[in-house]
Design a protein around this ligand. Structure first.
Ligand code: NDP
Length: 298
């Protein structure tokens, strides 16, 4: 029987509705949550993401600002801009769109953003807070979005064998910390994993984030497993006018025949990332306020 689809567009819509409600409550208290995105250079894919983030902020009633800098902007100038944004009380979240041009050290950029405004959740302080379960930490948006999707799809994580395919700092590793906090038994696979198919077959829940088109095939998936596909890959397709199609790291057609639930690409994890970015920004705005009973968003 084909797997049930976990619809990321629908779940993201629910999260964004929550965000809009929380934003309204903050605006009533005189605070408009503000996200500033900094884009260095003209990478076309980054420009698309940045526009989508600004639009989503505005739709939720927040302030979305994009600062565009020339590709040759010196690192010192970018860091000075971050210092100004850190000091600006109307800016609650700061995001520098990655990748940055080669002459800029991405880690220096991440370290410069105040942890309290690091709504991407990449600053080591937030990485540490999330690991130790400190509630003020910001979890990176994509893994946080996966957790919300699992919850909304009624998938129990506690006690399950979860295989995390990929160990990047933006997806795999933070995903592991959230899964461990949710009491899953987690196995992490990467390019050095031996006999990867048999490890992956042990998963009750499989999360794929390796950037390899349709890598996970049906024979690697235990019947009835839940499959979350984080991958977004472009593959050539001469039958389409645009010349390419998007696909995930999972071979959807075959795996959806054995899995119990599965996320599609596009329309799966992707829409959750921006929704969680908005959620983190509202939290950042809330955490900056004096707290009292019934004052902050739930
Ligand atoms: P990275 O390239 O940073 O990391 C890839 C990981 O996959 C690495 O840990 C690597 O192992 C592992 N890997 C690569 N090839 C293999 C293989 N053949 N077998 C086993 N492991 C392998 O990728 P990201 O985490 O940044 O992104 C992964 C995918 O998720 C991409 O398609 C990306 O576009 C997508 N993505 C989607 C987002 C969304 O919003 N839905 C957000 C972010 C990413 P090793 O560490 O050993 O090199």
């Amino acid at each position: 029987m084909p797997a049930e689809l976990i619809d990321g567009i629908a779940v993201a819509k629910l999260v964004r509705a929550d965000v809009a409600r929380d934003t309204e409550a903050l605006v009533r208290r005189g605070v408009t949550p503000g996200l500033t995105v900094v884009l260095v250079g003209e990478d076309p894919a980054s420009a698309v993401y940045v526009r989508a983030k600004e639009k989503a902020c505005i739709e939720a009633g927040m302030k979305g600002t994009t600062i565009r800098l020339a590709a040759e902007t010196p690192q010192a100038e970018l860091l000075a801009l971050i210092d100004r944004l850190n000091a600006d009380a109307t800016v609650h979240g700061i995001l520098v769109q990655m990748p940055v041009p080669k002459h800029i050290d991405p880690q220096a950029v991440i370290l410069r953003i105040s942890a309290a405004k690091d709504v991407d959740g990449f600053h080591p302080v937030n990485v540490g807070r999330v690991w130790i379960g400190e509630k003020t930490g910001f979890a990176p948006c994509t893994p946080a979005g996966v957790m919300v999707m699992l919850e909304r799809a009624g998938v129990e994580v506690s006690g399950k064998n979860v295989v995390m395919l990929g160990r990047s700092n933006i997806v795999g590793k933070p995903m592991v910390s959230l899964l461990v906090a949710a009491s899953a038994t987690v196995t992490v696979c990467h390019s050095k994993t031996r006999d990867l198919p048999s490890v992956v077959r042990g998963a009750d829940i499989l999360i794929a984030a390796i950037g390899k088109p349709e890598f996970v095939t049906a024979d690697m998936v235990r019947p009835g497993a839940v499959v979350i596909d984080v991958g977004i890959n472009r593959v050539d397709d001469a039958t389409l006018a645009k010349g390419y199609r998007l696909c995930g790291d999972v071979h959807f057609a075959s795996v959806s025949e054995v899995a119990s639930k599965i996320t599609p690409v596009p329309g799966g994890v992707g829409p959750m990332t921006i929704a969680m970015l908005l959620k983190n920004t509202v939290r950042a705005a809330t955490q900056g306020l004096p707290q009292g009973p019934g004052q902050g968003p739930a």
